[in-house]
Design a protein around this ligand. Structure first.
Ligand code: TMP
Length: 224
């Protein structure tokens, strides 16, 4: 992959994670532009969502009251449809798939945040992300984790638009979610790039770029 290309049939799957208010969105769009400038086709997508069915599930899960099991099942139902309809076909075409959140969010929010059984989540992960062509589960090639102190995130969210079911939760919830991300990183260190999201936007952007450049997926000049 020295020329920053990937063989046909082998796309690149990058997910973006962090507690609400960590500031992922601008950088996801910036990274999409950086890959497009290299001539790569980018599939820009998000979870929960990314397909007509999964977007309907997103509206339910972000707005309607439900118990944690229901919440976890809907997240994985949305993910299943998203994988089959969008992510797997895009990777098979050789696209760069940039996904705003993936399964780490379910472990962090439903598992650590809500206290839902991590073993059950692990079983759902195996069902939903199992593949016909490999013994390995489908996981991102890289997960860029925007790590931010929950109290800083809370201050950012306080000045934002009307909050959804998650954004309106107390700072203690987000402290547990942040711990969930730490644990997921510990379980799969090579897949994660942790960056300090409590910096000026330009610094955060450099950290995003260097995570991708250091893996040989964008040229070093992207950093200058
Ligand atoms: P977003 O605001 O970053 O688009 O994410 C939507 C919300 O859904 C966010 O508060 C995190 C939450 N979420 C979960 O609780 N579990 C999940 O599996 C995913 C993907 C998102």
């Amino acid at each position: 992959m020295g020329d920053h290309q990937h063989p046909a049939g082998h796309g690149l799957f990058i997910s973006f994670e962090g507690i609400d208010g960590a500031g992922k969105s601008t950088h996801i769009n910036g990274l999409a532009d950086a890959f497009r400038a290299l001539g790569r086709t980018v599939t820009l997508t998000r979870e929960p969502g990314g397909t007509p069915l999964a977007e309907k599930l997103r509206a339910l899960v972000l707005n309607d009251a439900m118990d944690p099991l229901c919440e976890a099942l809907l997240m994985f139902a949305a993910r299943r449809d998203h994988l089959r309809q969008v992510i797997e076909p895009a990777l098979a075409r050789g696209d760069v798939v940039l996904c705003d959140r993936f399964t780490d969010a379910t472990f962090a929010y439903q598992g650590y945040g809500r206290g839902f059984d991590l073993d059950v989540l692990g079983q759902l992960e195996r069902w939903v992300q199992g593949r016909d062509d490999s013994d390995r589960l489908r996981q991102p090639d890289l997960t860029i984790w925007f790590d931010l102190d929950p109290s800083v995130a809370a201050a950012r969210l306080a000045s934002a638009r009307s909050p959804d079911r998650f954004e309106s939760l107390p700072v203690e919830f987000f402290a547990r979610v942040a711990e969930g991300y730490r644990q997921r990183q510990r379980g799969d260190v090579g897949r994660f790039a942790r960056l300090n999201a409590d910096q000026p936007v330009s610094q955060v952007w450099r950290s995003v770029l260097s995570a991708v450049v250091s893996r040989g997926w964008l040229p070093a000049q992207s950093l200058s």
